[in-house]
Design a protein around this ligand. Structure first.
Ligand code: SF4
Length: 471
């Protein structure tokens, strides 16, 4: 998916930019980039961060980066920021999201015959360069961004670094968030608000869907008002988001606690201990334990010093191995216990199968699993959540294949509806495959309530196939 951070200050902004971008590191896996602008022009650095932390790659660069305005990005695939010289002036651009119709937009651009793309990788046009091409077709940055927002199917939030400040534009239906922060002598725009407190920024406001603003050190100018329609990704609260961040004013940790509490209210199993699959299941488990009045303990702890990044590497078998390396059991807390685990979600279930087996091997009496969101029946087409995973790999689709003989069921909606017998059978197949004592997923209504926004403002596509108001 990726995350970004931009800052406009009266003094040199590089320290804020460096740490602010670093705080987006959990959102992307492959590329980190920063650009600053000063009187002499841009200084930009991009590094491969697949196997290294952002901060160790950029530590040396920040000594030669100086400027009062800058943007930084953690990116899943493409090299960013891109530097552009156009009739609108020079600028640097970063984007977050997925452009589903990128090929079509690129083909249309070629038809105009005066367009070319220079940032080709593996035969794909760099999506950020494609957005820049769309912006360049208009007579102002704001009009160009609006053009891009209207043309793009999928999602795209944008930061532009220009001579006149930083343009921040949220995705047309707000699939991803942008918050504006303020401190004396500086304004910043960020995906993750966890970047703000330790850099002394206070949240000034959250941009609405499709809203465009221009930031300078002491002002935020609205260039396009927000739209009515919103489809912010619910998964931010379930899994992606950092616990100390907030979107639409709703803190992630807090909503995960509410998710866990809802799971507990729907549960009738007696257990000895509640635990989270660390780290993303932890807050859900704390909420469950408090609501159920059952002790919260940590039968697994995470080993992070040498494996700090959550998604690397891209090859699944190696990723599984790394996931195992990171999770260390504490046998003394497992033996003879009836354990209930909260997990953010079950995607493929492969790693979970291994974890459950290990828990039983250490002498657990029972292992119950409570995913904090409903079963993932559909693949995400708006962000990169399932880009590297085929929908057919989803645990639900494997269960459906076992039931119907084909994972491409004609009626996925009956499996997404927790009141149907098909849903019950699918869950039973997943439970059986994972060798769990019991498996109970979050209900969608409870998840929506735990987040605290109206259902029609949230994207819930990966659970119920609802396309909402988005393209
Ligand atoms: S489909 Fe799921 S992961 Fe994708 S944007 Fe919607 S809620 Fe988020």
């Amino acid at each position: 998916m990726g995350g970004f951070f931009g800052v406009a200050a009266k003094e040199d902004c590089i320290q804020d930019l460096f740490f602010g971008t670093d705080y987006q590191s959990h959102l992307g896996t492959q590329r980190g980039g920063m650009a600053v602008l000063n009187r002499d022009g841009f200084t930009r650095h991009i590094h491969d961060i697949t196997n290294t932390q952002f901060r160790s790659k950029f530590d040396g660069n920040i000594r030669d980066m100086h400027g009062a305005t800058g943007i930084g990005v953690i990116s899943d695939f493409e090299d960013q920021p891109i530097l552009i010289s156009s009739h609108l002036g020079r600028y640097a651009i970063v984007t977050v999201g997925v452009i589903q119709n990128a090929e079509e937009l690129a083909a249309k651009a070629y038809l105009r015959k005066n367009t070319h793309f220079s940032e080709i990788a593996a035969n794909y046009v760099n999506p950020t360069e494609l957005v820049a091409t769309l912006i360049n077709e208009e007579d102002s940055f704001a009009a160009g961004i609006e053009r891009a927002q209207a043309a793009i199917e999928g999602s795209c939030s944008i930061l532009l670094l220009t001579d006149d400040g930083i343009y921040a534009a949220r995705d047309r239906v707000g699939r991803t968030p942008i918050a504006i922060g303020e401190k004396d002598g500086a304004r910043a725009a960020t995906f993750e608000t966890c970047a703000f407190p330790n850099l002394d920024y206070e949240i000034e406001r959250y941009l609405g869907p499709g809203e465009i603003v221009r930031l300078t050190a002491d002002s935020v100018e609205q260039l396009k008002a927000p739209g009515e329609e919103m489809q912010i990704c619910s998964f931010l609260w379930v899994y992606y988001g950092y616990p100390s961040s907030a979107y639409e004013g709703i803190n992630v940790e807090d909503s995960r606690n509410r998710c866990g509490a809802a799971l507990a209210r729907n549960d009738s199993h007696e257990v000895d201990v509640v635990a989270g699959i660390p780290d993303s299941g932890t807050a859900h488990a704390i909420g469950y334990a408090i609501e159920a009045g059952v002790p919260y303990r940590r039968p697994f702890v995470k080993y992070t010093p040498t494996w700090p990044r959550s998604f690397m590497p891209q090859v699944q078998t190696v990723r599984d191995m790394v996931a195992r390396m990171k999770l260390i059991p504490i046998p003394e807390l497992i033996k003879g216990q009836r354990l209930l685990f909260c997990e953010d979600s079950i995607v493929r279930g492969t790693q979970l199968q291994d974890i459950v087996q290990r828990i039983f091997d250490y002498g657990a009496k029972e292992v119950h699993m409570r995913p904090a969101c409903p079963p993932l029946v559909y693949g995400c087409k708006y962000l990169n959540f399932s880009r590297s995973r085929s929908i057919l790999d989803l645990a639900t689709r494997k269960a459906i294949r076992a039931i119907e003989g084909d994972e491409n069921t004609a009626t996925p909606e009956v499996y997404a509806d927790c009141t149907t017998p098909e849903y019950a059978e699918m869950i039973e197949r997943i439970r059986d495959r994972l060798h769990l004592t019991s498996l109970q997923f979050q209900k969608l209504d409870d998840l929506v309530e735990a987040i605290g926004l109206p259902k029609n403002k949230l994207c819930t596509y990966c659970w119920d196939g609802c396309e909402g108001c988005g393209k």
